[in-house]
Design a protein around this ligand. Structure first.
Ligand SMILES: *[C@@H]1O[C@H](CO)[C@@H](O)[C@H](O)[C@H]1NC(C)=O
Ligand SMILES: *[C@@H]1O[C@H](CO)[C@@H](O)[C@H](O)[C@H]1NC(C)=O
Ligand SMILES: *[C@@H]1O[C@H](CO)[C@@H](O)[C@H](O)[C@H]1NC(C)=O
Ligand SMILES: *[C@@H]1O[C@H](CO)[C@@H](O)[C@H](O)[C@H]1NC(C)=O
Ligand SMILES: *[C@@H]1O[C@H](CO)[C@@H](O)[C@H](O)[C@H]1NC(C)=O
Ligand SMILES: *[C@@H]1O[C@H](CO)[C@@H](O)[C@H](O)[C@H]1NC(C)=O
Ligand SMILES: *[C@@H]1O[C@H](CO)[C@@H](O)[C@H](O)[C@H]1NC(C)=O
Ligand SMILES: *[C@@H]1O[C@H](CO)[C@@H](O)[C@H](O)[C@H]1NC(C)=O
Length: 395
């Protein structure tokens, strides 16, 4: 059966060939395996080497903790001592107001709002008193008297010249309350920057609920409990906002702000604001409108008199009372209000600021208390003010 032999031959030949193929493929697989193995092992080695580097880096970092020279490791060092890097205390309220955050970073952090409504701690709402000053606070003894005994209900923040340290005793509530500050040119956008910087630093303390801006020439005209209850109990903020159809109001509007800001939305108001927490978060979170003011509100337009009133009018009107709680006398005209010195401070004068007979709207009612603070007072006013604070202002 030649055919079958042939067939057999063929089969044998095939078998032989397939054997060869088998051997060859084994060989190929083997070689490929060896090559793959070599490559893999070199990778694994590298991997292990880098891992060990990471581990030794971490060990080095953590065991070195307290001795670290790098200034930037302050947090690690503090963590080591506190034994709890995720402590609520560190999150809720920075102990040290000094930090190296840029404004951009600071505003971002300050804009964070918890989604969960209930607080996991007993939150006592505080009033943040934010002082914007060029240097010393000449009326400081009056403020210290106001704050005495109410330590758990307020926080103080001071924006002065960069690096300026208030000369106060270590027991003063103003001790180490300066925030990282930058230069301010009055009438320019750097003034509004400083206000936002104060707000943002104060927002980092989750217990701060109301935020009041004050200057070195401001005084309180009511005692602490009255001020606290008035602000904490208010359903609205106190940012003066009005439409002034003159060159001092609408005249400062720039058509270059179109189409985002329209003339009918433009408002004017006192720089000395009082905000609740929700509104304060909106303010530090805004970039778009703030940038328009920075670009187009140039002298004789003053961002500190128009940005907040206009922005709040556009987006958060119902949250605002549109009036201010800081009294001032503009009746002499010109760019500066009346300044009161030693000879002007009398019982009748202070009484008239506290209650001048005109009612003000407060929540859904009316009240005889319109103003909690007043300006402008010269350093010489301090002595007579201290003299009558207990009899007239009840503190
Ligand atoms: C600390 O960090 C800042 C910015 O992150 C950097 O410029 C500075 O060089 C760091 N300082 C040290 C001592 O490493
Ligand atoms: C506060 O922090 C700054 C830098 O962030 C540091 O230089 C300073 O020593 C700290 N002050 C205290 C009392 O810890
Ligand atoms: C700080 O105040 C004290 C007492 O009020 C005064 O003696 C001292 O000279 C002041 N220091 C500076 C640098 O002004
Ligand atoms: C604070 O002042 C109000 C009146 O303005 C007064 O009724 C209250 O007793 C004063 N509180 C204290 C603690 O003196
Ligand atoms: C303040 O003005 C806004 C409009 O910007 C308005 O919605 C709000 O009701 C006003 N507030 C009061 C107390 O009149
Ligand atoms: C404001 O100041 C002027 C000028 O000193 C004075 O005549 C006026 O009575 C003051 N107004 C109030 C409300 O005190
Ligand atoms: C403050 O007192 C001085 C000195 O008596 C006086 O000249 C000035 O007019 C007074 N100012 C006000 C606003 O009453
Ligand atoms: C303080 O008040 C007393 C009387 O109440 C008065 O004799 C004294 O001159 C006042 N001092 C100042 C600086 O006003």
């Amino acid at each position: 059966m030649p055919r079958s032999r042939n067939e057999k031959d063929e089969i044998e030949k095939y078998m032989g060939l397939s054997k060869l193929a088998q051997v060859l493929s084994f060989l190929v697989v083997f070689v490929a395996g060896v090559v793959l193995g070599l490559v893999m092992s070199s990778h694994i080695n590298q991997h292990f080497v880098s891992k060990t580097e990471v581990y030794s880096f971490i060990n080095h970092f953590s065991t070195d903790g307290p001795g670290v020279k790098d200034e930037n490791c302050t947090i690690v060092r503090d963590c080591g001592k506190a034994e709890d890097c995720l402590s609520m205390n560190a999150l809720l309220r920075p102990k040290n107001l000094t930090h190296r955050l840029s404004d951009n970073e600071l505003f971002w952090r300050a804009s964070m709002v918890p989604q969960k409504e209930e607080y996991p701690y007993k939150r006592v709402p505080k009033v943040a008193f934010m002082f914007l000053t060029r240097g010393a606070l000449p009326l400081l003894p009056l403020w210290e008297r106001l704050f005495r005994g109410h330590e758990k209900l307020f926080s103080i923040y001071v924006h002065a010249l960069p690096g300026y340290k208030l000369n106060v005793s270590t027991t003063s509530p103003f001790h180490r309350r300066e925030i990282p500050s930058q230069h301010v040119s009055w009438g320019t956008v750097t003034l509004a920057d400083a206000e936002r910087r104060l707000l943002a630093n104060a927002l980092l303390d989750f217990s701060n609920e109301r935020f009041v801006l004050l200057s070195e020439s401001c005084i309180p005209v009511y005692n602490f409990s009255t001020i606290y209850n008035y602000l904490i109990g208010s359903t609205q903020s106190f940012v003066q906002a009005y439409d002034e159809p003159t060159r001092y109001g609408r005249g400062r509007y720039s058509r270059r702000m179109l189409p985002d800001i329209k003339l009918y939305q433009w408002r004017k108001g006192s720089q000395w604001f009082e905000l609740n927490r929700a509104l304060a978060v909106y303010i530090v979170s805004d970039t778009k409108y703030y940038t328009l003011f920075k670009k187009y509100c140039l002298p004789a337009c003053y961002p500190d008199e128009h940005y907040l009133p206009t922005y709040i009018n556009m987006f958060h009107g119902p949250l605002n009372s549109n009036r201010t709680v800081t009294w001032v006398n503009w009746s002499i005209g010109g760019p500066h209000p009346v300044t009161y010195g030693e000879a002007n401070v009398t019982v009748d004068f202070i009484q008239a600021i506290r209650n001048n007979g005109t009612p003000c709207q407060y929540n859904t009612q009316t009240t005889s208390i319109c103003y909690l603070f007043a300006r402008k007072f010269a350093p010489s006013a301090l002595e007579p003010l201290l003299n009558l604070s207990s009899s007239v202002m009840k503190f």
